[in-house]
Design a protein around this ligand. Structure first.
Ligand code: FES
Ligand code: FES
Length: 141
């Protein structure tokens, strides 16, 4: 019995019905924006997170990806994955996890790397805009 869905099925599902496409205001201090590019092909991904400063969790996620189907699918899947996560947990998401879920072939691994880079970049942008939140994160004293 095989329940494994193929690379094409999962990628096509996220590609044809991408989740959480859009953007949020960059000037909102609770929004972190990550903008990254893939050196291998020139594709670009913008990922934004809206963070609840009290719980340090991701309340909303939006993305826009100018790239291949695998990059779009990777970012769409990522938005579903990190919604509700703490920033600490979201920062630990690895592209290999995304690639495994979508069954990306080796030649498409860099597409999922774009998603990992984008979430890290969005988190770091949020922390830069909210230095106090980052400081409490270190545990104080
Ligand atoms: Fe063709 Fe990325 S290289 S879309
Ligand atoms: Fe470059 Fe997919 S081919 S991100």
């Amino acid at each position: 019995t095989t329940t494994t869905r193929s690379y094409h099925e999962k990628v096509l599902d996220h590609y044809s019905s991408p989740r959480n496409v859009g953007s949020m205001s960059k000037t909102d201090t609770s929004v972190g924006t990550g903008l990254v590019g893939a050196p291998a092909c020139g594709d670009v991904m913008k990922l934004q997170i809206k963070v609840n400063p009290d719980t340090d969790t991701i309340e909303d996620v939006k993305f826009k990806t100018f790239g291949c189907g695998s990059a779009i699918a990777s970012s769409s899947y990522l938005t579903e994955l990190v919604r509700g996560m703490t920033l600490t947990d979201a920062g630990k998401v690895r592209n290999t996890e995304i690639a495994r879920e979508l069954c990306l072939p080796p030649v498409k691994l860099h597409c999922s790397m774009l998603a990992e880079d984008a979430i890290k970049s969005a988190i770091s942008n949020y922390r830069t805009k909210n230095p106090k939140a980052a400081a409490t994160d270190l545990g104080g004293t």
